[in-house]
Design a binder for this molecule. Sequence first.
Ligand SMILES: [Zn+2]
Length: 113
Amino acid sequence: MPLNFSTNKPLSVHSMNTGKFCRICLFTKRLVDVLKMDEANIEKWFERVKEYFQVSMSRHDNKSTYLCRYCMQIIEDRIDEQNTVMKNQRIIGFLDEMSQKNVVKSIQQEDGQ
Ligand SMILES: [Zn+2]
């Protein structure tokens, strides 16, 4: 289910001071600090946030490095969708190949007659 950004509560002064809000949607709950992940996951999530939301996260500025579970789920759902689309394209490619072979076969059969 897509996240409805407009339902999020506005940032409180407290959360602004602590920087504990989602870098993408400003949500203040269910947060994960990307910088507390292992090195591979830090890079992975920085890249994903850049790719899917055009937001550049960095460990070298003072901007929030938190993501909420909802935004992480949105990204993971998009990746799943893309994987499904790619699989489907392989199926379509295979079907196309098969139908072309059948066309060639039927032409050859016609020539043989
Ligand atoms: Zn979020």
